[in-house]
Design a protein around this ligand. Structure first.
Ligand code: SF4
Length: 295
């Protein structure tokens, strides 16, 4: 990845637009030239600064920024294990045995497919590939820092992140919908399954402000399911039942001040896709907020 990672082995001096640097030879270690701290993972998988910036504020330009994250992606890609690495390093002998057996049987696994996908696309990994509209796909490079529509790296990354979050909300949300409907229809006798954990249903319903006195378990369960369905699908801003009942008050205040209390799951997914479409939001910053709402 020499073309993107500014790697130097020798003592030298070189110029960027508007400034000059000299570097000493750091022995056997390749020196990586970076304008920002590069974040990676340590041996325990904990995010950490793997390379400190050697350039500081006021020295940045757009090309240097692009080089920085492509350097980070190149370093990150080096940490991807192969199937053989997994077999050599797994602490569980049963995993190794299973992988060998699937190989003997000619069964294709995620490990084989991951190896075949190498080398992974650097633009995709950096999040700077966009195919939201039919003028693309567009990718950000030093030569082409903006997509056809004018979106820069920040906006493309923010849109991709927001759409990923919305996809996750939709996937988990549909599971939740199935569970809520099962509770509602069991309570209304449309589904022949028992409601177990009566105490839990009653206690949680109370926390949601649902009157339980003098009501049967089925009546309360049905009302409780309605409150949850409302959180899933309301279209007009109103109090969010689940957040009001379950989130600590001080956290609710922070979310309110930031303006990130969701209207409903359906609404936030709609809005995420609407706002991240071509020619909608002008900056990535606005979309970060939406990502927090969806998450
Ligand atoms: S939305 Fe913009 S950056 Fe994305 S594919 Fe279309 S023109 Fe390219």
């Amino acid at each position: 990845m020499k073309q993107n990672a500014d790697l130097h082995q020798e003592e030298h001096t070189h110029c960027h637009e508007g400034h000059t640097h000299s570097h000493e030879n750091h022995g056997a270690h390749a020196h990586i030239h970076s304008h920002r701290n590069l974040i990676g993972f340590d041996e325990h998988g904990i995010p950490t600064v793997i390379l400190e910036a050697d350039h500081h504020e006021g020295e940045e330009d757009e090309n240097a920024f692009i080089k920085d994250y492509m350097t980070a992606v190149a370093e990150y890609k080096k940490t991807f294990p192969s199937k053989q690495d997994v077999m050599d390093q797994t602490p569980d002998p049963a995993v190794r045995e299973m992988m060998l057996r699937t190989e003997q049987l000619g069964i294709d696994t995620a490990f084989d497919r991951f190896d075949k996908q190498k080398p992974q696309c650097s633009f995709g990994l950096a999040g700077v590939c966009c195919k939201i509209c039919n003028m693309g796909p567009c990718k950000v490079t030093a030569k082409s820092p903006k997509g056809v529509c004018g979106a820069d790296a920040d906006l493309i990354v923010a849109r991709n992140l927001l759409r990923s979050a919305a996809a996750g909300a939709a996937q988990h949300g549909m599971h939740a919908r199935e569970v809520i409907l099962a509770l509602k229809w069991a309570a209304e006798g449309k589904l022949d399954i028992p409601i177990i954990g009566a105490q839990k249903v009653m206690t949680t319903a109370k926390a949601f402000g649902i009157e339980t006195e003098g009501k049967t378990l089925n009546q309360v369960a049905s009302e409780f399911a309605d409150a949850l369905l409302e959180d899933m699908s309301r279209t007009v801003p109103a109090e969010h039942n689940t957040i009001k009942a379950c989130a600590p008050p001080e956290r609710q205040k922070v979310w309110e001040d930031l303006g990130i209390i969701p209207i409903s799951a359906y609404h936030e997914v709609f809005e995420a896709y609407h706002k991240s479409g071509c020619a909608q939001m002008g900056t990535g910053k606005v979309l970060w907020n939406n990502s927090f709402v969806v998450v």
